[in-house]
Design a protein around this ligand. Structure first.
Ligand SMILES: Cc1cc2nc3c(=O)[nH]c(=O)nc-3n(C[C@H](O)[C@H](O)[C@H](O)COP(=O)(O)O)c2cc1C
Length: 312
């Protein structure tokens, strides 16, 4: 028997596999056994009710999907009263994803959702900061530091900072989140992208631009996970394009302590189960008795330390 248990971001997980926010909800428990997962992660909740973006909100691409859902939310009050209790019957830790428009709103919301039944808060700082011309908090280190510091003083729950790939220096942002007291990083949210229907000559999304996810993003978020894992001491949770155990193993070898599965669950709801079984099979084949032994076990000499040179 391979020991798949892992300590990650203030939690003890039975295994390192969990859903990505927004691609999972309690209704899915009719199809998959939640108690087999490492953790449960909710759709992002915002302080107030929000409708989301104009339609169409999703568009399928050959190797992934574009979405501009825009975080429709029933608001924090409804979420705490109606949604959190729906997860009480499951034995695995519940991680609540939150988003807000300003650092102060983030702090208030974190206090709201710090209720019994919530094990950790995932902070979706890939969203626009209204006090910074709408740039996402996690695009730069300073706003990341500020919002995470605000959150740190507002709740005692473990804080996982979910970073955006839409930044030039993700390692610097990762270090800022760590310095502010984040307990883990999730790397990463979707990549800003667009597509056009050449017959109608219109964007395929009502919002014109949206977030790319699925297999197309994996090499990029894998590289970012590797960079973040080298830059910080807190755990990094890899997220982007994981559709098989082999994909998850790549992330773990690159230094991720856990992984999140998003778009693949839409295609095959049983993907997370397959990933858990496949990680155990890989460990057995490679002689690892515990999954922790393979984390960061990538055999790589950084011959060219400068990342820009590496790309040439
Ligand atoms: C339809 C859809 C909705 C999403 N909603 C959220 C969300 O509410 N909050 C969030 O942090 N990420 C959200 N994401 C991003 C995913 O959690 C994940 O970071 C991203 O899709 C990359 O993983 P994947 O390639 O496995 O899907 C959403 C992604 C999709 C496809």
């Amino acid at each position: 028997m391979v020991d798949l248990s892992i300590a990650c971001g203030g939690l003890e997980l039975a295994n390192p596999v969990m859903p990505a926010s927004g691609t999972f909800s309690h209704e899915l428990s009719e199809v998959i056994d939640f108690n087999r997962l490492g953790a449960l992660v909710t759709k992002t909740v915002t302080p107030e009710k929000r409708l989301g973006n104009p339609t169409p909100r999703v568009s399928e691409l050959p190797d992934g999907m574009l979405n501009s859902i825009g975080i429709p939310s029933s608001g924090a009050e409804h979420f705490v009263r109606e949604i959190i209790p729906l997860y009480a019957r499951f034995s695995v830790p519940l991680v609540v994803s939150i988003s807000a428009n300003t650092p102060d709103e983030f702090a208030e919301l974190s206090a709201w959702v710090s209720v019994p039944g919530v094990a950790a808060i995932e902070v979706n700082i890939s969203c626009p900061n209204l006090e910074d011309d709408g740039r996402a908090f996690a695009m730069r280190p300073e706003p990341t530091l500020q919002v995470m510091q605000n959150l740190r003083s507002a709740t005692d729950l473990p804080l996982w900072a979910k970073l955006t790939p839409n930044t030039g220096d993700i390692a610097a942002v990762a270090r800022a989140a760590e310095a502010a007291g984040a307990d883990a990083l999730v790397v990463a949210n979707t990549i800003l992208a667009m597509s056009i229907d050449i017959e109608t000559m219109r964007p395929t999304l009502g919002n014109v631009m949206g977030g790319l996810s699925g297999p197309a993003v994996k090499p990029i978020t894998l590289r970012m996970t590797y960079q973040c894992a080298r830059a910080v001491d807190i755990p990094v949770i890899g997220c982007g394009g994981i559709a098989s155990a082999e994909d998850a193993v790549e992330y773990l070898l690159a230094g991720a302590r856990a992984v999140q599965v998003g778009t693949a669950t839409f295609v095959r709801p049983g993907t997370m189960d397959e990933v858990i079984a496949g990680i155990a099979a890989y460990c057995r084949r490679k002689g690892f008795n515990r999954v922790v032994e393979m984390i960061g076990a990538l055999d790589a000499d950084m011959l060219v330390p400068d990342v820009m040179e590496a790309a040439q």
